[in-house]
Ligand binder design. Structure first.
Ligand SMILES: [Zn+2]
Length: 269
């Protein structure tokens, strides 16, 4: 069985295709898809999806690209809104995130970008406290700021977290596992792109029990479907699995069962 550990069915490319996307998962032996919140509003949508479809579980949290534009004065109010979801809907919530750091989508205005970077840190630290309070695994987003992410993770005291949409190198991966023996790395269909040599190296070398697969749908269409489909959907995590089977030594059966076990353990499914 398979689990797509990270996608966003509610985004516009997919939001009118949700029943088909769920059906495709059922037809292909998926037990779950984890719907990832990026704001208070989308976290609520993830919970609604989890209530509607038994195959869906939700995470809640505020993405760094959202956080960077929300004044820190709003932190108490939004943390309270997230905590309210944890108190009332915990049966549908399996993790916290995606939270983290993104220096790729900052303002082109240097002083605004500095404020945005600072806000990302403040929002991250506040959300980590909430995730720890409820003992939830944390989904980490990082882009173009690997040193900051490593420093903040080391300082956070988090142990059960996943680096989602892994797009770093071997050195970053080893530093992540130095921070926590329970950390995971999750691969998207970036793994299928021929230019992704460094990411393929990491996916071939790290222990199988340290990895999970995801799509980040509707983003990141698999390389060999790029001319055939206009959006990625959760079932396309099968292409990540297929690529792993190509580049690793274990049999497909072992890879499938280990990925499924790791994902179930990580999210307590
Ligand atoms: Zn995402």
């Amino acid at each position: 069985m398979f689990i797509d550990t990270h996608s966003h069915l509610y985004l516009w490319e997919l939001q009118y295709h949700i029943p088909e996307a769920i059906e495709h998962l059922r037809e292909n032996n998926f037990s779950h898809t984890i719907q990832i919140g990026t704001s208070v509003e989308t976290s609520e949508i993830c919970i609604e999806l989890a209530k509607k479809y038994d195959i869906v579980r939700a995470t809640i949290g505020i993405h760094p690209c959202e956080a960077q534009d929300i004044p820190v004065e709003k932190i108490p109010e939004q943390i309270a809104a997230l905590e309210n979801m944890l108190q009332t809907e915990l049966e549908h919530i399996v993790g916290f995130g995606e939270i983290g750091f993104d220096h790729y989508h900052l303002s082109s205005d240097a002083s605004e970008a500095t404020i945005q970077q600072w806000r990302q840190i403040e929002w991250f630290r506040a959300q980590v406290q909430l995730a720890k309070k409820y003992n939830l695994p944390v989904v980490i987003h990082t882009r173009n700021c690997s040193e900051l992410t490593l420093a903040e993770l080391a300082h956070s005291g988090l142990s059960v977290f996943v680096i989602h949409c892994f797009s770093e190198d071997w050195s970053f991966a080893t530093k992540i596992f130095d921070i926590s023996a329970w950390a995971k790395i999750s691969f998207t269909n970036i793994l299928t792109y021929s230019k992704s040599v460094q990411i393929q190296e990491v996916a071939a070398k790290i222990p199988l029990d340290k990895m999970m697969i995801e799509t980040d749908a509707p983003y990141l269409i698999p390389e060999w479907l790029k001319w055939k489909v206009s959006y990625c959907e959760p079932v396309h995590s099968l292409h990540v699995f297929q690529k792993l089977c190509e580049i690793r030594n274990e049999t497909p059966e072992i890879i499938e069962s280990q990925l499924w076990n790791s994902s179930c353990n990580f999210f307590h499914l």
